[in-house]
Design a protein around this ligand. Sequence first.
Ligand code: SF4
Length: 50
Amino acid sequence: MEVKYEPQGPVGRQCQDCKFFEPIKDNPSQGKCFGKDVIAQGTCNVFVFK
Ligand code: SF4
């Protein structure tokens, strides 16, 4: 499946709300998702609530 990432996700469905998001310790506005850099406010079609 193709991942459709968007840099600005709707409130409540952002990377920071997703179980795959791993925040970066010194910069919680950014994180990793399956080894890729993502931003906390992003979203994609693979979103899963944590
Ligand atoms: S799966 Fe999608 S919504 Fe979840 S952290 Fe990764 S990019 Fe963000």
